[in-house]
Design a binder for this molecule. Structure first.
Ligand code: NAD
Length: 466
């Protein structure tokens, strides 16, 4: 647990070395144990086992790199996570006993900028999932053209099992265990599933406390998605949902669909799902079914997402919401609607469930909701997909705005952030649409091709050290 040997692929200073060198050094802080980088794709899941999300990434990556004829040396680099950090740390809980927690931070690539990506608290978090999420972050930033690389992290816990005080202690100890594996110009966490602005504030405070006083203020961009009073930006909370809706508006324009009166269903009513629902309803669309971890509710006359959110904030989920009829997962996925927004976890649309969907568009708010088999079936059935790496990129775009404001000691108005987000995401939407037409391929592959060619150019221009 403490003072363990660290194997880490990038030098701490010297920045964006996207190479494959491996450096082994003593960790200077307690609690860190870093495993070596792996390039070995995992085997397909055994029957009955959870599907490897990282396998999905490698399959998507393989398809796009073939189409692009990606340089084989660069393909090797991009199929590899640069650093994989695993920390085990003890925390004393309210009743006095000590529990050991396991946390991850995977840094996929920083050729285009510092590592960037969320932290997830969920019982299913494991290295496989975090590897996949980290790689998606690299592609996402490259597609929308912001100077970040990709990373992701998480803790394998169910936060609902802990008190607020315990969660604070777990979070602070996790941040301390990560130590200088995160940093304002090196690796910048943000919220993801079951983490929020409060968690980011605790990480910020813990991280800054480890720095000399004169270094603190100029490092507040070590996390994004902070509370506004702690240096966060006004548009970050809604940013991912807002980006999803901007993409849906672009799709609607392209296909001459009116969103006024269009119907939609949402899986996951947390940050992304609730914001996307509220913003889409403001455009006249009708939310007719919602699924979250507590159950499914439906109402063909339309659910009020603002009221539903108030209910969820009090009751912890959508189940038993008085204005909705109780339903189930299978019926939810069979609901006839114009748009489906998956905004929960990975692998929800697969070879089986892709055949159930009765929608025109899947707008992927979640990361990795569709596996490669599900993707092929959606395509065959003529269901449009706005891929996650584009559709949910609003979060990282506005995180970039927050990071920039912190670096420049600026504070932008919400309207300014929103108009900049609109510009960036609609440009990226158009790039992906045009690339898909040019290559006669699906939009996910087209988005990957855009990302991979940007990364390829960066490596070709800079070379591979030494
Ligand atoms: P969140 O914790 O705020 O909400 C997650 C929602 O998913 C909750 O409503 C939860 O009940 C639901 N859920 C969990 N397990 C479920 C299950 N098995 N079936 C149905 N619903 C389930 O998380 P979030 O921040 O909204 O993230 C949702 C997705 O969006 C994730 O894939 C995340 O990686 C992705 N994403 C989030 C952001 C962001 O800014 N928060 C940015 C980009 C992508």
């Amino acid at each position: 647990m403490s003072n363990e040997l660290v194997a880490k692929d990038a030098p701490k200073t010297g920045g964006n070395n996207g190479g494959l060198e491996r450096v082994v050094r003593e960790e200077t802080r307690k609690d860190s144990a870093v495993t070596g980088t792996t390039t070995t794709p995992e085997r397909p899941p055994e029957p009955g086992k959870r599907r490897s999300v990282y396998q999905n990434v490698l399959a998507q990556f393989g398809k796009a790199s073939k189409l692009l004829c990606l340089d084989s040396n660069i393909a090797k680099i991009l199929a590899t996570n640069q650093n994989e950090i695993v920390v085990h740390f003890p925390v004393r809980l309210d009743d006095g006993h000590v529990e050991i927690f396991t946390g991850y931070r995977v840094q996929h690539n920083n050729a285009l900028g510092p590592f960037k990506g969320g932290l997830r608290y969920h019982p299913q978090v494991d290295l496989d999932e975090v590897r996949a999420l980290a790689a998606w972050m690299t592609w996402k930033s490259a597609i929308v053209g912001i100077p970040f690389g990709g990373a992701k992290g998480g803790l394998q816990i169910d936060p609902s099992n802990y008190s607020k005080c315990e969660l604070e202690n777990i979070t602070r100890r996790f941040a301390f265990a990560l130590g200088d594996n995160i940093g304002a110009e090196y690796d910048i966490p943000a919220p993801d599933v079951n983490t929020n602005a409060q968690i980011m504030a605790w990480i910020l405070d813990t991280y800054l406390s480890t720095l000399p006083p004169h270094e603190r203020q100029r490092n507040i961009h070590v996390v994004t998605g902070k509370p506004v009073a702690a240096g966060g930006s006004p548009g970050r909370d809604k940013a991912t949902g807002q980006g999803v809706v901007f993409c849906i508006q672009e799709w609607a324009k392209e296909h001459e669909v009116s969103l006024d009166g269009a119907t939609f269903i949402v899986q996951g009513f947390g940050n992304v799902g609730s914001w996307a629902s509220r913003l889409l309803v403001r455009l006249g669309a009708k939310l007719i079914a919602v699924e979250d971890v507590t159950g499914v509710i439906s109402n063909e006359n339309g659910l009020d997402p603002d009221d539903l959110l108030e209910y969820v904030n009090v009751h912890g989920g959508v189940s038993d919401y008085p204005d909705g009829l109780p339903s189930n997962h299978i019926d939810f996925l069979h609901t006839e609607a114009d748009i489906f927004i998956p905004a929960a976890l990975e692998n929800q649309i697969n070879a089986e469930t892709a055949r159930w969907l009765e929608v025109r568009l899947v707008a992927e708010g979640a990361n990795g909701p569709t596996d490669p088999e599900g993707d092929a079936i959606l395509r065959e059935r003529g269901i449009d997909v706005i891929p996650d790496v584009l559709c949910n990129s609003g979060g990282v775009i506005v995180s970039y705005f927050e990071w920039l404001q912190n670096k420049r000691s600026e504070s932008w108005e919400l309207e300014e952030e929103e108009s900049k987000l609109l510009k960036k995401i609609t440009k990226a939407y158009a790039r992906v649409r045009d690339k898909a037409l040019e290559l006669d391929t699906d939009r996910r592959t087209a988005a990957y091709v855009i990302a991979l060619s940007r990364l390829e150019t960066a490596y070709q221009e800079r070379g591979i050290f030494p």
